[in-house]
Design a protein around this ligand. Structure first.
Ligand code: AMP
Ligand code: MG
Length: 369
Protein backbone atom coordinates (compact mmCIF):
# COMPACT_ATOMS: atom_id res chain seq x y z
CA UNK A 1 0.00 0.00 0.00
CA UNK A 2 1.38 3.41 -0.76
CA UNK A 3 1.81 5.95 1.99
CA UNK A 4 -1.23 8.06 1.16
CA UNK A 5 -3.70 5.20 0.97
CA UNK A 6 -2.18 3.70 4.11
CA UNK A 7 -2.77 6.97 5.90
CA UNK A 8 -6.30 7.21 4.55
CA UNK A 9 -7.13 3.72 5.74
CA UNK A 10 -5.65 4.45 9.17
CA UNK A 11 -7.76 7.55 9.33
CA UNK A 12 -10.79 5.59 8.26
CA UNK A 13 -10.33 3.04 11.05
CA UNK A 14 -9.83 5.86 13.51
CA UNK A 15 -12.95 7.64 12.37
CA UNK A 16 -15.03 4.51 12.38
CA UNK A 17 -14.07 3.81 15.94
CA UNK A 18 -14.68 7.40 17.00
CA UNK A 19 -18.07 7.49 15.30
CA UNK A 20 -19.18 4.36 17.06
CA UNK A 21 -17.94 5.67 20.38
CA UNK A 22 -19.84 8.90 20.03
CA UNK A 23 -23.14 7.84 18.62
CA UNK A 24 -25.58 6.93 21.30
CA UNK A 25 -23.28 7.62 24.18
CA UNK A 26 -23.62 11.36 24.14
CA UNK A 27 -25.96 13.16 26.51
CA UNK A 28 -26.19 10.33 29.01
CA UNK A 29 -28.59 10.44 31.88
CA UNK A 30 -27.11 11.22 35.24
CA UNK A 31 -25.45 7.90 35.98
CA UNK A 32 -25.02 5.90 39.11
CA UNK A 33 -21.99 6.63 41.20
CA UNK A 34 -20.53 3.19 40.95
CA UNK A 35 -20.25 3.63 37.20
CA UNK A 36 -17.22 5.79 37.82
CA UNK A 37 -13.59 5.09 37.32
CA UNK A 38 -13.94 2.59 34.53
CA UNK A 39 -10.73 2.68 32.65
CA UNK A 40 -9.84 0.98 29.47
CA UNK A 41 -7.34 1.28 26.73
CA UNK A 42 -7.79 0.24 23.19
CA UNK A 43 -4.98 0.11 20.69
CA UNK A 44 -5.85 1.77 17.40
CA UNK A 45 -2.63 1.79 15.55
CA UNK A 46 0.43 0.29 17.17
CA UNK A 47 3.00 2.34 15.23
CA UNK A 48 1.27 5.64 15.69
CA UNK A 49 -1.47 6.36 18.16
CA UNK A 50 -3.27 4.59 20.95
CA UNK A 51 -6.71 5.50 22.11
CA UNK A 52 -6.73 5.96 25.86
CA UNK A 53 -10.18 6.28 27.47
CA UNK A 54 -11.20 6.95 31.02
CA UNK A 55 -14.54 7.56 32.65
CA UNK A 56 -14.99 9.20 35.99
CA UNK A 57 -17.83 10.56 38.11
CA UNK A 58 -17.35 14.34 38.16
CA UNK A 59 -19.57 17.42 38.41
CA UNK A 60 -22.58 15.25 39.18
CA UNK A 61 -22.29 13.25 36.01
CA UNK A 62 -20.30 10.48 34.38
CA UNK A 63 -17.45 12.13 32.54
CA UNK A 64 -15.66 10.54 29.64
CA UNK A 65 -12.33 11.49 28.10
CA UNK A 66 -10.84 9.86 25.02
CA UNK A 67 -7.34 10.82 23.94
CA UNK A 68 -5.34 9.62 20.96
CA UNK A 69 -1.87 9.42 22.39
CA UNK A 70 1.63 8.43 21.37
CA UNK A 71 1.79 6.00 24.29
CA UNK A 72 -0.61 4.71 26.93
CA UNK A 73 1.43 6.47 29.61
CA UNK A 74 1.25 9.81 27.84
CA UNK A 75 -2.51 9.47 27.34
CA UNK A 76 -3.14 8.40 30.91
CA UNK A 77 -1.11 11.25 32.30
CA UNK A 78 -2.88 13.83 30.13
CA UNK A 79 -6.30 12.45 31.04
CA UNK A 80 -5.57 12.36 34.74
CA UNK A 81 -4.39 15.98 34.63
CA UNK A 82 -7.55 16.93 32.76
CA UNK A 83 -9.73 15.24 35.41
CA UNK A 84 -7.70 16.97 38.09
CA UNK A 85 -8.59 20.31 36.52
CA UNK A 86 -12.27 19.32 36.27
CA UNK A 87 -12.28 18.40 39.96
CA UNK A 88 -10.63 21.73 40.80
CA UNK A 89 -13.46 23.49 38.95
CA UNK A 90 -16.06 21.40 40.79
CA UNK A 91 -14.46 22.35 44.10
CA UNK A 92 -14.68 26.02 43.14
CA UNK A 93 -18.11 26.19 41.53
CA UNK A 94 -20.33 23.62 43.21
CA UNK A 95 -23.17 25.09 45.26
CA UNK A 96 -23.04 22.20 47.72
CA UNK A 97 -19.34 21.64 48.41
CA UNK A 98 -18.46 23.44 51.62
CA UNK A 99 -15.80 26.07 51.05
CA UNK A 100 -16.28 26.30 47.29
CA UNK A 101 -16.29 29.85 45.92
CA UNK A 102 -19.99 29.62 45.14
CA UNK A 103 -20.76 28.14 48.56
CA UNK A 104 -18.90 30.99 50.25
CA UNK A 105 -20.45 33.70 48.06
CA UNK A 106 -23.89 32.38 48.98
CA UNK A 107 -23.03 32.00 52.64
CA UNK A 108 -21.76 35.58 52.72
CA UNK A 109 -24.77 37.03 50.85
CA UNK A 110 -25.87 40.26 52.50
CA UNK A 111 -22.93 40.05 54.91
CA UNK A 112 -19.56 40.54 53.24
CA UNK A 113 -17.53 40.23 50.06
CA UNK A 114 -15.94 36.91 49.12
CA UNK A 115 -12.53 36.61 47.55
CA UNK A 116 -12.69 34.07 44.73
CA UNK A 117 -10.45 32.23 42.32
CA UNK A 118 -9.89 33.93 38.92
CA UNK A 119 -11.46 30.90 37.20
CA UNK A 120 -14.71 31.41 39.09
CA UNK A 121 -14.55 35.09 38.23
CA UNK A 122 -14.15 34.24 34.55
CA UNK A 123 -17.25 32.03 34.63
CA UNK A 124 -19.31 34.59 36.54
CA UNK A 125 -18.35 37.32 34.09
CA UNK A 126 -19.29 35.14 31.14
CA UNK A 127 -22.63 34.38 32.76
CA UNK A 128 -23.28 38.08 33.29
CA UNK A 129 -22.37 38.88 29.71
CA UNK A 130 -24.99 36.44 28.44
CA UNK A 131 -27.66 37.65 30.84
CA UNK A 132 -28.30 40.56 28.49
CA UNK A 133 -27.69 38.64 25.28
CA UNK A 134 -30.25 36.00 26.28
CA UNK A 135 -32.94 38.48 27.34
CA UNK A 136 -32.26 37.57 30.97
CA UNK A 137 -33.28 33.94 30.42
CA UNK A 138 -29.79 32.77 31.37
CA UNK A 139 -29.43 33.94 34.92
CA UNK A 140 -26.65 32.77 37.25
CA UNK A 141 -28.61 34.33 40.14
CA UNK A 142 -31.55 31.90 40.01
CA UNK A 143 -30.24 29.88 42.95
CA UNK A 144 -33.17 30.71 45.24
CA UNK A 145 -35.63 29.22 42.73
CA UNK A 146 -33.42 26.27 41.87
CA UNK A 147 -33.05 25.44 45.54
CA UNK A 148 -36.78 25.82 46.10
CA UNK A 149 -37.57 23.26 43.41
CA UNK A 150 -34.81 20.97 44.62
CA UNK A 151 -34.53 19.32 41.23
CA UNK A 152 -31.59 16.96 41.19
CA UNK A 153 -31.69 16.75 44.98
CA UNK A 154 -33.05 13.93 47.13
CA UNK A 155 -36.59 15.16 47.66
CA UNK A 156 -37.79 17.61 45.02
CA UNK A 157 -41.34 18.89 45.28
CA UNK A 158 -43.61 21.41 43.62
CA UNK A 159 -43.45 24.63 45.68
CA UNK A 160 -46.49 26.76 46.44
CA UNK A 161 -47.28 29.85 44.38
CA UNK A 162 -46.33 32.02 47.35
CA UNK A 163 -42.98 30.32 47.74
CA UNK A 164 -42.27 30.84 44.05
CA UNK A 165 -43.34 34.49 44.19
CA UNK A 166 -41.10 35.05 47.21
CA UNK A 167 -38.07 33.36 45.61
CA UNK A 168 -38.58 35.33 42.39
CA UNK A 169 -37.91 38.52 44.35
CA UNK A 170 -34.35 37.36 44.90
CA UNK A 171 -33.02 36.70 41.41
CA UNK A 172 -31.95 40.15 40.27
CA UNK A 173 -28.40 40.26 39.05
CA UNK A 174 -28.03 43.94 39.81
CA UNK A 175 -27.60 42.72 43.39
CA UNK A 176 -24.35 41.07 42.40
CA UNK A 177 -21.39 43.33 43.10
CA UNK A 178 -18.17 42.38 41.42
CA UNK A 179 -14.66 43.69 41.68
CA UNK A 180 -12.55 42.19 38.91
CA UNK A 181 -9.54 44.02 40.27
CA UNK A 182 -9.77 42.37 43.68
CA UNK A 183 -11.41 39.14 42.51
CA UNK A 184 -14.27 39.64 44.93
CA UNK A 185 -18.00 39.09 44.72
CA UNK A 186 -20.74 40.32 47.00
CA UNK A 187 -24.45 39.52 46.81
CA UNK A 188 -26.24 42.51 48.29
CA UNK A 189 -29.53 40.63 48.65
CA UNK A 190 -29.14 38.20 51.53
CA UNK A 191 -31.73 35.82 50.03
CA UNK A 192 -30.23 35.65 46.56
CA UNK A 193 -28.14 32.62 45.62
CA UNK A 194 -25.62 32.08 42.86
CA UNK A 195 -25.92 28.89 40.79
CA UNK A 196 -23.40 28.13 38.05
CA UNK A 197 -25.01 24.78 37.14
CA UNK A 198 -25.91 25.95 33.65
CA UNK A 199 -22.38 27.03 32.72
CA UNK A 200 -19.70 25.36 34.88
CA UNK A 201 -19.73 22.03 33.03
CA UNK A 202 -19.09 23.79 29.74
CA UNK A 203 -16.18 25.68 31.25
CA UNK A 204 -14.80 22.47 32.72
CA UNK A 205 -14.92 20.82 29.30
CA UNK A 206 -13.03 23.74 27.72
CA UNK A 207 -10.43 23.57 30.46
CA UNK A 208 -10.03 19.80 30.15
CA UNK A 209 -9.45 20.18 26.41
CA UNK A 210 -6.87 22.88 27.09
CA UNK A 211 -5.01 20.57 29.47
CA UNK A 212 -5.12 17.66 27.02
CA UNK A 213 -3.71 19.85 24.26
CA UNK A 214 -1.01 21.18 26.58
CA UNK A 215 -0.05 17.58 27.16
CA UNK A 216 0.45 16.84 23.48
CA UNK A 217 -2.90 15.22 22.80
CA UNK A 218 -3.72 16.15 19.24
CA UNK A 219 -7.05 14.46 18.93
CA UNK A 220 -9.78 13.36 21.31
CA UNK A 221 -12.92 14.29 23.11
CA UNK A 222 -14.21 15.34 26.50
CA UNK A 223 -17.81 14.54 27.45
CA UNK A 224 -19.29 15.70 30.73
CA UNK A 225 -22.81 14.34 30.68
CA UNK A 226 -23.70 15.78 27.30
CA UNK A 227 -21.40 18.79 27.29
CA UNK A 228 -18.89 17.70 24.67
CA UNK A 229 -15.84 19.04 22.91
CA UNK A 230 -14.29 17.16 20.03
CA UNK A 231 -10.92 18.06 18.66
CA UNK A 232 -8.54 16.74 16.11
CA UNK A 233 -5.44 18.02 14.44
CA UNK A 234 -6.05 16.54 11.04
CA UNK A 235 -6.23 19.45 8.69
CA UNK A 236 -7.98 17.54 5.92
CA UNK A 237 -11.76 17.48 5.63
CA UNK A 238 -12.20 14.83 8.28
CA UNK A 239 -15.42 15.20 10.20
CA UNK A 240 -16.79 13.44 13.26
CA UNK A 241 -20.30 12.14 13.66
CA UNK A 242 -22.06 12.99 16.89
CA UNK A 243 -25.40 11.43 17.79
CA UNK A 244 -28.31 13.54 19.05
CA UNK A 245 -30.22 11.61 21.68
CA UNK A 246 -33.90 10.97 21.49
CA UNK A 247 -35.33 13.42 24.06
CA UNK A 248 -38.46 11.28 24.47
CA UNK A 249 -36.58 8.25 25.67
CA UNK A 250 -34.36 10.18 27.99
CA UNK A 251 -31.30 9.91 25.88
CA UNK A 252 -31.11 6.17 25.87
CA UNK A 253 -31.45 4.04 22.77
CA UNK A 254 -30.78 5.09 19.24
CA UNK A 255 -29.87 8.64 18.34
CA UNK A 256 -32.53 10.43 16.31
CA UNK A 257 -30.04 12.39 14.25
CA UNK A 258 -26.37 12.95 13.83
CA UNK A 259 -24.23 15.91 13.04
CA UNK A 260 -20.99 16.05 11.13
CA UNK A 261 -18.49 18.27 12.88
CA UNK A 262 -14.96 18.79 14.05
CA UNK A 263 -13.02 21.02 16.43
CA UNK A 264 -16.13 22.25 18.16
CA UNK A 265 -18.23 21.86 21.24
CA UNK A 266 -21.69 20.36 21.21
CA UNK A 267 -24.02 20.69 24.17
CA UNK A 268 -27.59 19.59 24.74
CA UNK A 269 -30.03 20.87 27.36
CA UNK A 270 -32.95 18.48 27.64
CA UNK A 271 -35.97 18.07 29.90
CA UNK A 272 -34.94 14.43 30.36
CA UNK A 273 -31.65 15.23 32.07
CA UNK A 274 -32.97 16.07 35.52
CA UNK A 275 -36.61 15.95 36.47
CA UNK A 276 -39.20 14.59 38.83
CA UNK A 277 -42.83 13.66 38.35
CA UNK A 278 -45.65 14.77 40.65
CA UNK A 279 -49.33 14.06 39.91
CA UNK A 280 -48.36 12.85 36.43
CA UNK A 281 -46.68 16.15 35.58
CA UNK A 282 -43.01 16.24 34.70
CA UNK A 283 -40.94 19.02 36.27
CA UNK A 284 -37.49 19.50 34.79
CA UNK A 285 -34.44 21.48 35.83
CA UNK A 286 -34.40 24.56 33.58
CA UNK A 287 -36.20 27.49 35.13
CA UNK A 288 -38.04 30.31 33.39
CA UNK A 289 -37.50 33.45 35.46
CA UNK A 290 -40.82 34.87 34.23
CA UNK A 291 -42.88 32.19 35.92
CA UNK A 292 -40.41 30.77 38.43
CA UNK A 293 -41.35 27.37 37.01
CA UNK A 294 -39.60 24.90 34.72
CA UNK A 295 -39.75 26.34 31.20
CA UNK A 296 -42.95 25.18 29.54
CA UNK A 297 -43.08 26.19 25.90
CA UNK A 298 -43.09 22.89 24.05
CA UNK A 299 -39.30 22.64 23.77
CA UNK A 300 -37.87 19.33 24.96
CA UNK A 301 -34.27 19.68 23.89
CA UNK A 302 -31.83 22.25 22.53
CA UNK A 303 -28.48 21.33 21.04
CA UNK A 304 -25.83 23.97 20.42
CA UNK A 305 -22.63 23.68 18.40
CA UNK A 306 -19.98 26.37 18.87
CA UNK A 307 -16.28 27.01 19.31
CA UNK A 308 -16.46 27.20 23.08
CA UNK A 309 -18.23 24.69 25.28
CA UNK A 310 -18.96 27.35 27.91
CA UNK A 311 -20.93 29.38 25.35
CA UNK A 312 -22.73 26.30 24.05
CA UNK A 313 -23.70 25.44 27.61
CA UNK A 314 -25.16 28.88 28.22
CA UNK A 315 -26.98 29.14 24.92
CA UNK A 316 -28.50 25.65 25.16
CA UNK A 317 -29.98 26.48 28.56
CA UNK A 318 -31.16 29.92 27.41
CA UNK A 319 -32.60 28.53 24.17
CA UNK A 320 -34.63 26.08 26.19
CA UNK A 321 -36.27 28.94 28.07
CA UNK A 322 -36.61 31.24 25.08
CA UNK A 323 -38.52 28.71 22.98
CA UNK A 324 -38.39 28.05 19.26
CA UNK A 325 -38.69 31.48 17.74
CA UNK A 326 -36.54 33.52 20.12
CA UNK A 327 -34.17 30.60 20.66
CA UNK A 328 -33.45 30.35 16.93
CA UNK A 329 -33.08 34.10 16.74
CA UNK A 330 -30.48 33.97 19.51
CA UNK A 331 -28.57 31.17 17.77
CA UNK A 332 -28.59 32.98 14.43
CA UNK A 333 -27.49 36.23 16.07
CA UNK A 334 -24.29 34.74 17.49
CA UNK A 335 -21.26 34.32 15.26
CA UNK A 336 -19.94 30.75 15.21
CA UNK A 337 -23.04 29.38 16.97
CA UNK A 338 -25.34 26.82 15.37
CA UNK A 339 -28.01 24.64 16.87
CA UNK A 340 -31.27 22.77 16.74
CA UNK A 341 -34.39 22.84 18.85
CA UNK A 342 -36.71 19.87 19.28
CA UNK A 343 -40.33 20.30 20.39
CA UNK A 344 -42.76 17.86 22.00
CA UNK A 345 -44.59 17.42 18.70
CA UNK A 346 -41.40 15.90 17.26
CA UNK A 347 -40.46 18.88 15.16
CA UNK A 348 -36.85 19.84 14.70
CA UNK A 349 -35.91 23.45 14.04
CA UNK A 350 -32.39 23.82 12.67
CA UNK A 351 -30.22 26.91 12.37
CA UNK A 352 -29.15 27.86 8.86
CA UNK A 353 -25.51 26.81 9.19
CA UNK A 354 -26.30 23.32 10.47
CA UNK A 355 -28.79 22.07 7.90
CA UNK A 356 -26.22 20.50 5.60
CA UNK A 357 -24.42 18.86 8.50
CA UNK A 358 -27.51 17.22 10.00
CA UNK A 359 -28.63 13.73 9.14
CA UNK A 360 -31.99 12.50 10.49
CA UNK A 361 -31.93 8.88 11.61
CA UNK A 362 -35.42 8.60 13.11
CA UNK A 363 -38.18 9.62 10.73
CA UNK A 364 -40.65 10.21 13.55
CA UNK A 365 -38.80 13.49 13.96
CA UNK A 366 -39.05 16.00 11.13
CA UNK A 367 -37.05 19.06 10.27
CA UNK A 368 -39.66 21.75 9.71
CA UNK A 369 -37.77 24.89 8.83
P1 AMP B 1 -28.18 22.81 31.63
O1 AMP B 1 -28.34 21.37 31.97
O2 AMP B 1 -26.84 23.20 31.16
O3 AMP B 1 -29.24 23.31 30.72
O4 AMP B 1 -28.29 23.64 32.97
C1 AMP B 1 -29.29 23.42 33.88
C2 AMP B 1 -28.78 23.80 35.24
O5 AMP B 1 -28.51 25.20 35.26
C3 AMP B 1 -29.80 23.56 36.31
O6 AMP B 1 -29.59 22.32 36.95
C4 AMP B 1 -29.56 24.74 37.27
O7 AMP B 1 -28.47 24.46 38.13
C5 AMP B 1 -29.14 25.85 36.34
N1 AMP B 1 -30.26 26.60 35.74
C6 AMP B 1 -31.57 26.27 35.64
N2 AMP B 1 -32.26 27.20 34.99
C7 AMP B 1 -31.36 28.17 34.65
C8 AMP B 1 -31.47 29.42 33.96
N3 AMP B 1 -32.62 29.85 33.44
N4 AMP B 1 -30.34 30.16 33.83
C9 AMP B 1 -29.16 29.73 34.32
N5 AMP B 1 -28.99 28.57 34.97
C10 AMP B 1 -30.08 27.80 35.14
MG1 MG C 1 -26.23 24.80 30.08
Amino acid sequence: MNRISKNISKLFVLLLILSIILIGCTFNNVPKKNDSNNSQQQGVNKDELVLVKKQKFVLGTLGGINAYSYTNEQGEKAISLAYKRIEEIENLMSTSIKGSDVYDINKNAGIKVTKINPSTMQVILRGLKYYDITQETFNIGLGSLIKLWGIGEDSPKVPTAQEIAEARKHIHLNNLEISEENNTVFIKDSKMLLDLGGIAKGYAVDEAVRILKENEIKSGLVNLGGDIFIFGTKDDSTLWRVGINNPETGGSGNPIARILMTDKSIVTSGDYERFFIENDVKYHHIIDFNTGMPADNGVISVTIVSDECMNSDIISTAGFVLGVEEGLRLIESQPDVEGLIITNDRKIYVSSGLRDELEILDNNFKVVN
